[in-house]
Design a binder for this molecule. Structure first.
Ligand SMILES: NC(=O)c1ccc[n+]([C@@H]2O[C@H](COP(=O)([O-])OP(=O)(O)OC[C@H]3O[C@@H](n4cnc5c(N)ncnc54)[C@H](OP(=O)(O)O)[C@@H]3O)[C@@H](O)[C@H]2O)c1
Length: 243
């Protein structure tokens, strides 16, 4: 198996890439912006697992590069993990639309762009799988993070649409909805520690869900129950919370 990881410097993606390398013997194409970190991670995974891991530059927000980037990947991958994304403080993004725009571009527009290119290739080949990392934040708009949440909601719907489109071609599309994971993205956030898991635990849940061909995977699984309550809470109650 050959696996392309987009945003491979993500801590969750790195843990997941290691699992695919170890359990599927997947040869890795790791794509991200920070090449120094990426090359270190490629070496790390190669040394630990004995599989080939190559590092390639990819800036998801350079939309014009998407076609050329994918065309240069040879041979083509059997699967793709889409992990890139940016988080920003909601209050700051509310005041500065440039920041809000960046969040929407990196979490939604960029993902829609590169996945459109890849989906067309998988559709023609009748082969491939896509694992897209969204967020539980995309399941209900909340005052504390609705800009990031709206971008992730867009990604959730986009992935659901791809799953529908590609079903008949045998292409599996998995939507991943992580809760709180201890990574670079969350290191400065004040989170309820009992609900925070390590990237390895999130990666294990993602890998297992993918293996069982689940369309939607909560990472970790207990977020399904938390989000069931949050999603179906009546507006009259919800609007009085500080979530
Ligand atoms: N951590 C959580 O609690 C949590 C919860 C829900 C959802 N998620 C989602 O899970 C995914 C992985 O998150 P993480 O926590 O592992 O994040 P992370 O460690 O902060 O990594 C995110 C990575 O995204 C890459 N990236 C950002 N913009 C990019 C761009 N324009 N082009 C290419 N790469 C780009 C960065 O790569 P470079 O370093 O190369 O710039 C960065 O290393 C994200 O989509 C995030 O939104 C995370």
């Amino acid at each position: 198996m050959r696996l392309l990881v987009l945003g491979a410097n993500s801590d969750i993606a790195h843990a997941l890439a290691r699992l695919f390398a170890r359990r599927e013997r997947a040869e890795l194409v790791l794509a991200s912006r920070d090449m120094q970190r990426l090359e270190k991670r490629a070496r790390d995974v190669s040394v630990r697992t004995g599989v080939r891991a190559e590092a390639v530059f990819f800036d998801a927000c350079d939309f014009d590069s998407h076609e050329g980037f994918y065309a240069a990947i040879d041979p083509k991958p059997d699967g793709v993990v889409l992990a890139f994304g940016e988080f920003a403080d909601q209050a700051a993004a509310q005041k500065d639309f440039r920041l809000a725009h960046r969040i929407i571009e990196s979490n939604f527009t960029a993902a829609a762009g590169i996945l459109s290119v890849i989906a067309s290739d998988f559709e023609v080949r009748g082969h491939g799988f896509i694992v897209g990392i969204g967020s539980v934040a995309g399941l209900r708009g909340r005052q504390s993070n609705y800009i990031y949440g709206a971008a992730k909601a867009g990604l959730n719907v986009f992935l659901a649409g791809l799953r529908h489109r590609l079903f008949r071609r045998g292409v599996q599309v998995t939507t991943v909805l992580p809760g709180f994971v201890r990574t670079k993205m969350t290191e400065n956030l004040d989170l309820p520690q009992r609900l925070v898991v390590e990237p390895e635990a999130a990666a294990e849940a993602i890998y297992r869900g993918w293996k069982k061909k689940r369309p939607v995977v909560y990472a970790p699984g207990f977020w399904r129950w938390i989000m069931l309550i949050i999603r179906f809470m009546p507006e009259a109650v919800f609007n009085r919370t500080r979530l």
